[in-house]
Design a protein around this ligand. Structure first.
Ligand SMILES: [Zn+2]
Length: 217
């Protein structure tokens, strides 16, 4: 069972103290998707991994609430996020998207931004009562764009780079572009070394190119 418990956070942007829910425990009884999302049995834990200040909309994981927010980022939050959080309760998907925006404004690595968009895409639709402004495909395409940038500027290397390339393939496949997906799967296969972990990922890439599955076995 997934458990969430309340915790107080102090917003580093506006100083407001607010309550959010933190994931205490979770499971992967629902299986693991072929783009590596662990699905819990029952409710999903995502909401407990991302926190939004009720007052200004500053958003991030628990660690984002330590440290400070510079003036430029603070101004962008006020202009673009504050008006959104005042009108609606933000879903986990929306929160991950806000966190991706803030990561971008802070100049964090493309891979970090891409991972936040991927998490937004994963959580999309988990809270169907909340209207999402953007669709899941849009979020997957944002993840693709930032992951591709990370590969181009060589900011990810080694085995991790191979995982990112595989995930780009998976996102193209999931937005309905199997030909482009195949190009990325081929790269994963071609660039795999002898390391068992890399061979395993290459086998998975080949499977997703030829006989795609939605869940890992
Ligand atoms: Zn705040």
């Amino acid at each position: 069972m997934t458990t969430l418990f309340p915790r107080d956070f102090d917003c580093p942007n506006c100083g407001t103290r607010f309550e959010s829910y933190v994931t205490g425990s979770t499971n992967n009884l629902g299986g693991v998707t072929t783009d590596f999302r662990e699905i819990a049995g029952g409710s999903q834990p995502d909401r407990g991994f991302i926190h939004t200040c009720d007052n200004c909309g500053f958003t991030g994981g628990s660690d984002a609430f330590e440290g400070s927010v510079d003036e430029k980022v603070s101004r962008l939050i006020a202009e673009r996020i504050t008006p959104l959080v005042r009108d609606e309760r933000s879903s986990a998907s929306r929160r991950f998207e806000y966190a991706a925006w803030i990561a971008k404004w802070r100049g964090l690595d493309s891979e970090v931004i891409g991972s936040l968009y991927l998490r937004a895409a994963w959580a999309w639709g988990d809270e169907p009562e909340v209207e999402n402004a953007e669709g899941q495909d849009y979020l997957r395409r944002q993840a693709i764009e930032h992951f591709e940038r990370a590969v181009e500027d060589n900011s990810v290397t080694g085995e991790h780079a191979q995982t990112i390339k595989y995930l780009i393939g998976e996102q193209y496949r999931r937005v309905g572009e199997p030909e482009t997906a195949a190009l990325w799967y081929d790269r994963v296969v071609a660039e795999a070394g002898h390391d068992p972990e890399q061979r395993r990922l290459a086998d998975l890439a080949l499977q997703q190119k030829t006989r795609p599955e939605e869940f890992l076995r």
